[in-house]
Write a protein that binds this ligand. Sequence first.
Ligand code: AP5
Length: 220
Amino acid sequence: MGANKTKLILLGAPGAGKGTLAKMIQAELGFVHLSTGDMLREAVKEGTELGKKAAGYMNEGKLVPDDIVIGILGERLLAEDCEKGFVLDGFPRTRKQAVALEDILRGERMSLDLVLNLETPEEVLIQRLSGRTQCESCGAIYHEENIPSRDPGVCDKCGGKLYQREDDRKEAIEVRLRAYREETAELIDFYSEDGLLKSVDSGKDVETAFKQIAAGLKDG
Ligand code: AP5
């Protein structure tokens, strides 16, 4: 699959399918998948200073402070592999992060090509988050009903153990969805005004959403 647009953001609520689709884009196109959630979870697992600061916010479902997240993402974006193309998953999540991203990219003589807004009904988001499992070794994402692994609890790709994320508890899901509505949803207008936004129906199966994304990457 060829693509004219190589620097993109996947915008969407928790459970919209950002991680699932970003992994597909990475596999098909070789773009670097940049997930601030994955970076933060890794820091928590390794027990770094950053991880210790972030863990409390994440487990409760709250956003980690902007300065921390802008710092880690900003550093990662400077790596050479991002020049070929990247897909941002979970960043930016606030207006401050969106403005910081513009500054970082401008400094590197890069700019965004496309922002894909994954539209998903709220009841679907809750069903997805409640049944999600993930491989602790390779990060592959499953769902107990929608996208089950062949052997329950075991990753099809690497044989690793599947686990449930700490923030996929009911109370934390509610906090995350509220944070999305109050702090992130305004980015839809922010990027519409720039003419960068395209909507994707992410409420159906993964293949349908991926086809829409692939078409959007070739347009124009
Ligand atoms: P993060 O890891 O970014 O989580 P999120 O945005 O809440 O998104 P999710 O990973 O939960 O969902 P997703 O859209 O990737 O869906 P997925 O593909 O997994 O952030 C976690 C935390 O880190 C935040 O709460 C915050 O504390 C902190 N953080 C991260 N970035 C930050 C930032 N920039 N600023 C501040 N704090 C930040 O799919 C979900 C499930 O649905 C899976 O089970 C999947 O198999 C299934 N599924 C996916 N698509 C479909 C489909 N089409 N049909 C059926 N099932 C599907």
